[in-house]
Design a protein around this ligand. Structure first.
Ligand SMILES: [Zn+2]
Ligand SMILES: [Zn+2]
Length: 271
């Protein structure tokens, strides 16, 4: 098993810290063979909305330049990939697809943080009422687009809930796992969440019940550090995550394919 991580943020999202090169050096020191940057994606909004948890559109060029520079500079020591973590915002997906093509993005990971678009302010972490179904519906629809290399923190709906799994949530977990199996979209075991669980003494995400359900399907699992500071790239956390994830009946993978966004666009046009 190669030690890899495709879930890394940078200070551009306004809630992560450290400079990009420190992330790379720390990854090398901690034994990572591949480091994927996947900062919270910018979007081109129809409104004048300004999001405070992601890079702005005009910050993207600096992000791209920095990642590609580090990729080249450290190529003998570590393989660096150029990605983004993005939501599924139906009205902006055509824009996002073009953006990925234009900028030769290696991959997106799917962080389903908001319902609709974040201009509507429906945060899905620990969402209640009709947004529980909304969370699962958008997870499934997003996974079917083929644009995401994997689904990050699939149990985000449990955030700040104490980890209580209602029958509705249990059913939603089955829907996610079935879609993961049918559309071959791996599921992430989120290490930042695992750190939080250990501090709190109970499970929110990742959640054992979710991974037991995942074990009933033919799904692939991947470890994602979700690093928001260099300390999150600690080998100790990676090893405990691997140990925990190995308790479940899922296939653990250590790599993701680059996604061919041009091809996705061509297929869309044909339909
Ligand atoms: Zn974040
Ligand atoms: Zn993330």
């Amino acid at each position: 098993m190669k030690q890899t991580n495709f879930h890394t943020h940078t200070s551009r999202c306004h809630h992560a810290f450290g400079n990009d090169e420190e992330f790379v050096r720390t990854a090398i020191q901690n034994g990572f063979e591949v480091l994927g940057f996947s900062d919270h994606a910018c979007w081109k909004y129809d409104s004048d909305f300004v999001a405070h948890m992601r890079m702005k559109l005009d910050e993207f060029d600096d992000y791209k330049d920095s990642v590609l520079y580090l990729k080249d500079r450290y190529k003998k020591q570590i393989e660096i990939r150029f990605g983004l973590e993005a939501e599924y915002f139906p009205k902006y997906m055509d824009w996002l697809l073009d953006f990925c093509i234009e900028n030769e993005i290696d991959y997106l990971i799917f962080g389903n943080h908001y319902y609709g678009t974040d201009e509507d302010h429906f945060y899905l972490g620990g969402a209640k009422g009709k947004y529980i179904k909304g969370y699962f519906d958008t997870c499934v629809e997003g996974m079917k687009t083929g644009m995401y290399a994997y689904l990050a923190h699939p149990e985000l709906i449990l955030r700040s809930t104490g980890g209580v799994i209602t029958p509705e949530i249990e059913e939603g977990f089955h829907r996610i796992c079935k879609t993961s199996q049918d559309y071959n979209v791996p599921l992430e075991f989120n290490v930042l969440g695992m750190q939080h669980n250990l501090r709190m003494g109970y499970e929110e995400y990742p959640h054992s019940r979710f991974w037991q359900i995942a074990g009933q399907y033919d799904v692939k699992a991947i470890i994602g550090m979700d690093a928001h500071e260099v300390g999150d790239l600690n080998k100790k956390w990676y090893d405990s995550a691997l140990e925990k994830l190995s308790e479940f009946d899922v296939e653990i993978i250590d790599d993701i394919p680059s996604i061919n966004y041009k091809k996705i666009k061509e297929n869309k046009i044909k339909v």
